[in-house]
Design a protein around this ligand. Structure first.
Ligand code: PHE
Ligand code: FE
Length: 288
């Protein structure tokens, strides 16, 4: 795509975008950002995929604490035509997809409480911007996210959002990728969490399974704790390629398939690591 073409107007932006009000952040807020930024940079240097690290380097996200979207956007736009816009918390699914389809990434403006750096009841600006935006500087991932937005609008119409949402979860949020130097992180949910950055790659508990579209769309996920399975793509090109097919027949196939549990391992899986599930097991036991 021609990234220098002016962005098409987007109805959902007009409806949901708010001012980031950057001047309104407190010194505490900026300190939280810088603390999290430095911690994650150290953890991710050996663990994130090249595209993420390259994007992080290109964006300069820590020069004055919490970054200003107006400063990020010229760089991001010149690289891939994407922009970050502030939105008030959760927005309707259709608006979310419409924004992605128009290369706008909706981000929260609030930052988590300094007394609970690792707890989030909903995504904050650190998750949304530090976690997601570096990957949006990669041309292939940028195309994937736009295509996902278009696919989301379609899935809404076909009543298959449940299936498509799992694709987002296990790629955009919790995806791992192969590289010449072992498995690497590209998912924002992992990259924005110190504990999950280590857990996803190094803990013996979770399964690590080669990515397969239908398999992923059948797999339920956990929103309240570390994942019990991570899916590993061979490359971003392969991910984009696998999703360009028409999903209508894929959804039809899924009608007849039952869901899989978050920790399931099936005979068709190419299992890279068979998890012990010790972490999830211990949590389950503690909850009883
Ligand atoms: N190809 C999908 C469809 O036909 C759209 C899509 C593309 C979904 C990329 C996710 C990611 O609906
Ligand atoms: Fe996210």
């Amino acid at each position: 795509m021609n990234v220098h073409a002016p962005l098409a107007p987007c109805k959902s932006e007009a409806e949901f975008a708010i001012d980031q009000d950057w001047a309104g952040y407190s010194a505490d807020g900026h300190r939280v950002w810088s603390t999290l930024y430095e911690r994650q940079c150290d953890l991710l240097a050996p663990r994130a995929c090249d595209a993420f690290l390259k994007g992080l380097g290109a964006l300069d996200l820590n020069s004055g604490g919490i970054p200003e979207f107006a400063a990020i956007n010229p760089k991001l736009e010149s690289l891939t035509g994407w922009r970050v816009i502030a939105v008030p918390g959760l927005i309707p699914d259709a608006a979310f997809f419409d924004l992605l389809a128009h290369r706008r990434f909706p981000a929260a403006r609030f930052i988590r409480d300094p007394r609970a750096l690792d707890y989030l009841s909903e995504p904050d600006i650190f998750h949304d911007v530090f976690g997601h935006v570096p990957m949006l500087t990669d041309p292939v991932f940028a195309d994937y996210m736009q295509a996902y937005g278009e696919g989301g609008l379609r899935a809404l119409g076909l009543d298959h959002l449940r299936h498509l949402a799992r694709l987002y979860w296990y790629t955009v949020e919790f995806g791992l990728m192969r590289s010449a130097s072992g498995l690497k992180i590209y998912g924002a949910g992992i990259a924005s969490s110190a504990a999950e950055t280590v857990f996803a790659l190094e803990d013996p508990s979770p399964n690590r399974i080669a990515f397969d579209m239908l398999r992923v769309m059948r797999t339920r996920y956990r929103i309240d704790d570390f994942q019990q399975s991570y899916f590993v793509i061979p490359s971003l090109d392969a991910l984009l390629e696998a999703t360009l097919q028409d999903f209508a027949p894929v959804y039809a196939t899924l009608e007849a398939a039952h869901d899989l549990a978050p920790d399931a391992v099936t005979p068709g899986d190419e299992v890279l690591t068979r998890g012990t599930q010790a972490y999830a097991g211990a949590k389950g036991a503690a909850a009883q």
